[in-house]
Design a binder for this molecule. Structure first.
Ligand code: PGA
Length: 249
């Protein structure tokens, strides 16, 4: 069985007080019913306080982003080693909000992915098509391009220590989830892309689904053969919802 992961991407939400409350609720709520690995991704400035509160618990810490270089004159950016200083285990790269709003291209995403690995962080590489791309029948082409750019940059072996998240852009924050079958089809395609370079690795690669995952739809998504967990945005800010998703995984 592949490792299951439920990742809560808090995006740019919350205040220190709200985040402390959320962390404490999650700590209290994680019980034997949660067998998947659980990780939370607070905004950068809250990493130190969340790291402190999560020390010694089963909940892992991750960052929403990192910069592609180790250090230097990069105003406003944060490096992989800084994230390691606060016990981050994972880092999200290539999220569609960064691709679209911050103009991050495949090349930069590839460099960030490699930088994360160089620091012993587990990159969660997000791929996914827009609604226009899906309607034009280009979903596989787009996902293959996004994946291929990182594979070419980092090499297939790098995916041994990575996670892929399929996040259709049209399902993120819209309340519109891909149906379990729609998601499964793309997850199977991602696995085939990896299998073309390393069939054994493809069998163990964790592939998350992201895009309006809620307690009410998580079970059906997780029942699909190639869906190994979720990258959760909005629902990860509500402890009961997020814990129910964790249990479903
Ligand atoms: P959502 O976000 O669950 O709010 O759709 C998912 C994501 O952006 O990772």
């Amino acid at each position: 069985m592949r490792p299951r992961l439920v990742a809560g991407n808090w995006k740019m939400h919350g205040t220190r007080a709200a985040i402390e409350t959320l962390v404490e609720e999650l700590k209290r709520g994680i019980d034997a019913g949660v067998r998947a690995e659980v990780a939370v991704f607070p905004p950068y400035v809250y990493l130190p306080c969340v790291a402190e509160r999560l020390a010694g618990t089963a909940i892992a810490l991750g960052a929403q982003n990192l910069w592609s270089e180790e250090s230097g004159a990069y105003t406003g950016e944060v490096s992989g080693s800084m994230l390691r200083d606060y016990n981050c285990r994972h880092v999200i790269v290539g999220h569609s909000e960064r691709r679209t709003l911050m103009g991050e291209g495949d090349d930069l995403v590839g460099r960030k992915f490699a930088r994360a690995l160089a620091h012993g962080l587990i990159p969660i590489l997000c791929v996914g098509e827009t609604l226009a791309e899906r309607q034009a029948g280009r979903t596989e082409q787009v996902v293959a391009r996004q994946l291929g750019a990182v594979l070419d940059h980092a090499g297939i072996a790098a995916f041994r220590a990575a996670v892929v998240a399929y996040e259709p852009v049209w399902a993120i924050g819209t309340g519109r989830t891909a149906s379990p079958e729609e998601a499964q089809a793309v997850h199977a395609f991602v696995r085939r892309c990896i299998a073309a370079r390393d069939p054994e690795l493809a069998k163990v690669l964790t592939i998350l689904y992201g895009g309006s995952v809620k307690a009410s739809n998580a079970g059906a998504l997780f029942a699909m053969a190639d869906i190994d967990g979720a990258l959760v945005g909005g629902a990860s800010l509500v402890s009961d919802e997020f814990l129910a998703i964790c249990r479903a995984a």
